[in-house]
Design a protein around this ligand. Structure first.
Ligand code: AMP
Ligand code: GLY
Length: 421
């Protein structure tokens, strides 16, 4: 068997977890990552090309005999990286630009769900400020306002009062704070959220282990929304029946709908779902692996991930996905100030100490190398996770390891997993 070279696009914890999973494949001889980070550099050769430099990425893959490219971030997908590679005859894992719209436009996703009867919150889309305000006035609070475009997890506001809602609608529709676009106004749902990621090739849908993210910045789910402050898998409050429903009544019908609509999806379809008192409903779709969910899900995947990617890219039979029985749980160490503004360049130490337990893994989310040292280079900096026989054991180990990391500019949530522990 000739081993192959693989390129991973992106620079966060998700990409570190993908690189780590690929490094366990028996089919892969060499991994490249563009642009990567200081942690990924230990397992892959970094390539100085940004994730939205689609033509440069394609040229690199061609010149270096890359057999498969795996895309992490939505910006690369929305920029058409898959379309570019595919027309150059290169193998790439991820949806094309048309299919990636399921994440890039909330309105596209809501419209598809309405037309195909997929359970989700009632909604209406507006481009006019006055009409949106009238609609909100006539409805209940809290209300959910979603900017209709990519906003790095910051485009969703849930006002409790009319004044707050008015200010947000002004930001979104009059002042174009996130860009010029529409707003989806949606009913507020309640219940625990969970992340259901599936490998999808047209109508074929293969679920991954369920995970739960923690979007709020502070303990007890307080503070502003972030990209995610920690995650764990499995999620005991989500039953086998919930999972079955999510697969059969949400993910499979959506995949089939996209085929029917002429925008077939190929890659990871991420269902951000909520278990409401009226059953499981869709909060959002993403067109890629979740971050930080991937950091706790892929360490549990025992199947060779190169075979999984190939089955989707080539339309060949999918091997049975096998999962580690152990639980995984991880804490995000973030720069003080995140998700607002923060400083970078703080030295990070204590890695060896934290990694002295074999059940611990550290994925770098936003780090760089500077004068031989590892320094902070993003809002979310590290994901420290551990395996455990159950979630409580994983939490204890991961917390002990996180406490061994030294950095003057970190904060973290200490309650990851609180909903089930
Ligand atoms: P999204 O980017 O659409 O996932 O929204 C970000 C977060 O806002 C979600 O993870 C939820 O916690 C919350 N959210 C979004 N839509 C709703 C909704 N209809 N009801 C309640 N909470 C929501
Ligand atoms: N963890 C949420 C996301 O990846 O969008």
């Amino acid at each position: 068997m000739d081993k192959v070279k693989v390129l991973v696009v992106g620079s966060g914890g998700r990409e570190h977890a993908i690189v780590d999973a690929i490094s366990r494949s028996k089919y892969v001889s060499e991994i490249f990552c563009a642009p990567g980070n200081a942690g990924i550099a230990k397992q892959a050769t970094l390539v100085p090309i940004k994730d939205n430099q689609v033509k440069e990425l394609c040229a690199f893959a061609k010149e270096n005999g890359i057999a498969l490219t795996v895309v992490g971030p939505e910006v690369s997908l929305a920029a058409g990286v898959v379309d570019e590679f595919t027309s150059a005859g290169l193998r790439i894992f991820g949806p094309n630009k048309a299919a990636a719209t399921i994440e890039a436009s909330k309105d596209f996703a809501k419209d598809l769900m309405a037309r195909y009867d997929i359970p989700t919150a009632a909604y209406k889309t507006f481009s006019d400020y006055n009409e949106a305000l009238e609609y909100v006035k006539a409805g209940k609070f809290p209300v959910v306002l979603k900017y209709d475009g990519l906003a790095a997890g910051k485009g969703v506001v849930i006002p409790e009062t009319l004044e707050e809602a008015d200010a947000t609608l002004k930001d979104m529709l009059l002042d174009d704070k996130f860009g010029h676009g529409k707003v989806v106004v949606e009913d507020f749902l309640t219940g625990p959220e969970f992340s259901f990621m599936c490998f999808v090739d047209g109508e074929r849908v293969y679920p991954m282990a369920v995970a739960q993210d923690h979007k709020r910045a502070f303990d007890g789910d307080e503070g502003p929304n972030t990209g995610g402050m920690g995650a764990y898998s499995p999620v005991p409050i989500i039953s086998k029946e919930d999972e079955e429903f999510a697969l059969e009544s949400i993910m499979k019908p959506v995949a089939a709908a996209m085929v029917k609509d002429g925008t077939p999806f190929r890659g990871v379809l991420y269902g951000g779902l909520m278990k409401t008192p009226d059953g499981v409903k869709v909060i959002e779709f993403n067109c890629r692996f979740g971050d930080p969910e991937t950091e706790v899900v892929l360490p549990r995947l025992k199947t060779d991930i190169y075979e999984v990617f190939s089955a989707i890219v080539d339309g060949t039979p999918m091997p049975t996905l096998e999962w580690d029985e152990r639980a995984t749980l991880g804490f995000v160490l973030a720069s003080k100030g995140y998700p607002g503004s923060y400083d970078k360049g703080y030295e990070i130490g204590g890695f060896e100490n934290a990694l002295s337990d074999e059940a611990v893994k550290i994925y770098h989310m936003g780090t760089a190398q500077k004068d031989g040292k590892i320094v902070t280079a993003g809002g979310r900096v590290l994901m420290v996770l551990a395996y455990g026989d159950d979630l409580a054991a994983a939490q204890k180990k991961a917390l002990e390891a996180a406490d061994k990391i030294e950095c003057d500019n970190f904060f973290m949530r200490r309650d990851i997993g609180w909903r089930v522990l």
